[in-house]
Design a protein around this ligand. Sequence first.
Ligand code: DC
Length: 232
Amino acid sequence: MSKAPVITVDGPSGTGKGTVCSVLATKLQWHLLDSGALYRVVAYTAERRGVALDDESALAAIAVSLDLKFENRGPGEDNKTILEASDVSQPIRSEKCGNAASRVAALPTVREALLQRQRQFRQMPGLIADGRDMGTHVFSDAELKIFLTASAEERAKRRYKQLKEKGINVNLRDLSADIAERDRRDKERIVSPLKPAEDAIVIDTTMCDVNAVNRQIFSLVQNRFADLAAFV
Ligand code: DC
C-alpha cells in the first residue's frame, strides 16, 4: 500500500505555522501533527516530576512513555492535548514551557524517542506536519515542503499581541530576548537543527497578514495535489 501524502510546514515560532496547519488540516480533512506540542509535553512532565532539563536519559524515558492524545478543535485552533486523561492544552502553551521545550528538543535521545511517535501520524488520507524538522528529517519524502520565516522583531510583536489578547501580561523586550535565545538554540543544535529542507518553498511572512499567507499556501497545495482542486 502506498504511503499517505504529507505536507510539512516548518519554521521558527511566531510565523503563523500553527494557524495555517490547523486551517489546512480542517479544509483537507487530513490528520494534523503539532510536533512542538510533543516537546512541550515532555518539558511539562519533566517539570512536574522534578526531572532536570539536562537529564537526558530521564527525559528520553518520559518521551517514550507519554500517554498522550490530541483532539482537533477546528480551524485556527491548537489541538486539545490530553496527557494521562488531563487536559494540558493551556499550561503547555506558556512561554516558560516553550523555552523548556526548546532545551529538551536539543537532546538527541529525546528526539530519537519521539521519532516513531511522529511518523505514526502519517495516515490516510494525508498529514499536515507542523514543526522544525518535519521536511528535513521526520518526513524527508514529503510531497510538499513549506518553510515559513519572519523577522524576529515581527514575530515578537505577534506573540506579544497574542499573549495580551489572552490577558497574559508580558514585556516586549523580555519576549524578544526569549525568542532570540530560542531561535539560536533551535538553529545551532547538532541534531535536526531548524533550517529549510533543500526542496522546501520558503515564504517570508514579515509583511503579510495571515489570510495572505494562507492563500499563498492553499494555491501551492492546489498546484501540487491536482485532485484536490475543488478545495479552495
Ligand atoms: O512550535 P513550538 O513553539 O510549540 O515548539 C516548542 C519547541 O520545541 C521549539 O522551541 C523547538 C522544539 N521543536 C523541535 O525542536 N522540533 C520540532 N519538530 C518541533 C518543535
